[in-house]
Design a protein around this ligand. Structure first.
Ligand code: ATP
Length: 468
């Protein structure tokens, strides 16, 4: 089903009300485009990162992990081109002082582009005159040590990738990886975005899941295919591989296929380092937009770091006895964008009254069990007659494996609704019959099917249902 949301308001309010996402430093009025993740949000974010890690690090032969520093020496980001080139064109309305990203304005992201009689592009807000576009660098500055001057200037990394490139030599020397291989990292990145917005879609502090996948350039590969049996994947084939595998990953974790599409970048919109790039786009309530990027970075980064650091970053290929710089394919996913996407795609307002008392208009998050913050809720029917004790024991057993909630407050129907709204796939109800038959009722959030399961077989039951 296509997303029915016309705007983000229901998601923003549910996220706040149920403790997924809060404005950062809210008691001081919030911090522009910076958010904190509450108890359910922290759990769900961790689930997203674990699901990605499990697929792309643990299940991908030849990918090794890394955890590099956030504070980055200026030289690294001078070499990578970020200090001079990681900019967005900024314009400001001379009348209402609203700021816009000029490229987004020309693309029509703020509505139809209008011009005044002097052929100047007008402010989409008030029709006023805009300033000339100024290039604005997106990196956050900081200083290392007590003196704040040019010599101590450093940056908060704008992507996790550079820490991977500057450690390429270390990883090759210490792990003896042979091409092709990847280095993966999940971590914070910071961009002082000119026009952040759409809730957590574009923020100034976010996390990325990135792999730099190092491969033989085509001219090397041709020498190797001559000498070795079998087909070796080229850079462009690896690029296709990561595009397809990333698409599949989103679908395997519940995102509907029809809400995803691929968009290849035109040559003139490619980032300074890229020779090709494709976005996985999602059909957000505000239009199709980038969820994840997959780029071919060529040997740009290693070449730049080799030049600026004057250290040899070539790879010695024992098969052909040659040194060269590998090429790179990079899948890069934003954790918060994935988070927003999972929430939107799972969100449903019930269209008609349903059999177990679920009413039209009630909210259900149909999150995949791997992403849902709480996997099982344990609910004693009443707060007496031994039912809370039995439920408490079940809760303690399940808690050893999964994020589980115990809820004894209010009617059973109201407790089901509370769990539906936060995406809990299963509720376990302990009722009077449980005293005799030593079994409980398990309710499925999506099918509303209720089945009786023996208490001592519950763990086994959920192991099958909750496989990642
Ligand atoms: P955009 O065009 O939306 O600014 P980008 O092309 O600059 O994004 P990349 O540099 O390719 O983004 O970053 C890779 C991924 O990191 C993006 O696909 C997105 O998921 C995430 N990302 C980038 N910028 C932000 C941001 N400001 N807030 C949240 N996530 C972001």
């Amino acid at each position: 089903m296509a997303p029915t949301l016309r705007n983000l308001e229901p998601i923003v309010s549910l996220a706040k009300r149920r403790g997924f996402v809060y404005p950062s430093a809210e008691i001081y009025g919030g911090t522009g485009a910076i958010w904190d993740y509450g108890p359910l949000g922290a759990e769900m974010k961790r689930n997203i990162k674990n699901a990605w890690w499990s697929r792309f690090v643990h299940s991908e032969p030849s990918v090794v992990p890394l955890d590099s520093a956030i504070i980055t020496r200026r030289e690294v980001l001078q070499a990578s081109g970020h200090e001079s080139g990681f900019t967005d064109p900024l314009v400001e309305c001379k009348d209402c002082h609203t700021r816009f990203r000029y490229d987004h304005l020309l693309e029509g992201q703020y509505g139809e582009v209008k011009k005044n009689k002097a052929d100047q592009t007008q402010c989409p807000n008030c029709g006023g005159v805009l300033t000339e576009p100024k290039q604005f660098n997106l990196m956050f500055k900081t200083f290392i040590g007590p003196v704040e001057d040019e010599g101590s200037l450093a940056y908060l990394r704008p992507e996790t990738a550079q820490g991977i490139f500057t450690n390429f030599r270390n990883v090759v020397d210490t792990t003896r990886q042979k091409l092709p291989f990847g280095i993966a990292q999940i971590g914070k990145a910071f961009r002082n975005e000119v026009t952040p917005g759409n809730f957590i879609f574009r923020t100034r502090e976010f996390e990325q899941c990135e792999i730099e996948w190092f491969i033989e350039p085509d001219n090397i590969l041709s020498k190797k295919t001559n000498s070795i049996e079998g087909h070796l994947r080229s850079a462009s084939e690896w690029y296709d591989y990561f595009i397809q595998e990333s698409m599949t990953w989103f679908q395997n974790h519940g995102v509907k296929k029809e809400n995803l599409r691929l968009r290849e970048h035109d040559k003139d919109e490619l980032a300074h380092y890229a020779i090709a790039a494709t976005d996985i786009e999602y059909n957000y309530p505000f239009g199709w937009s980038e969820l994840q990027g997959i780029a071919r970075r060529g040997d740009y980064d290693l070449k730049q770091h080799q030049k600026h650091s004057k250290k040899d970053l070539t790879y010695f290929d024992e098969v052909i006895n040659e040194r060269y710089l590998p090429e790179v394919v990079e899948p890069s996913m934003g954790v918060e964008r994935a988070f927003l996407t999972f929430l939107i795609d799972a969100y449903e307002e019930i269209p008609e009254d349903e059999k177990d008392g679920r009413k039209k208009g009630e909210k259900v998050l149909r999150l995949h069990p791997s992403i849902a913050p709480i996997k099982v809720a344990v609910l004693p029917l009443v707060k007496k007659d031994q039912l809370p004790e039995i439920a408490g024991d079940i809760y303690k057993v399940l808690l050893k494996r999964w994020a589980v909630q115990y809820d004894a407050a209010g009617s059973i129907g109201r407790r089901y609704r509370r769990q539906d709204e936060i995406g809990t796939p299963f509720c376990v109800t302990v009722d009077f019959e449980s005293l005799d038959d030593k079994a409980v009722t398990v309710r499925d959030r999506d099918t509303l099917k209720q089945e009786r399961v023996e208490i001592n077989k519950l763990e086994e039951f959920f192991i099958k249902k909750l496989v990642p």
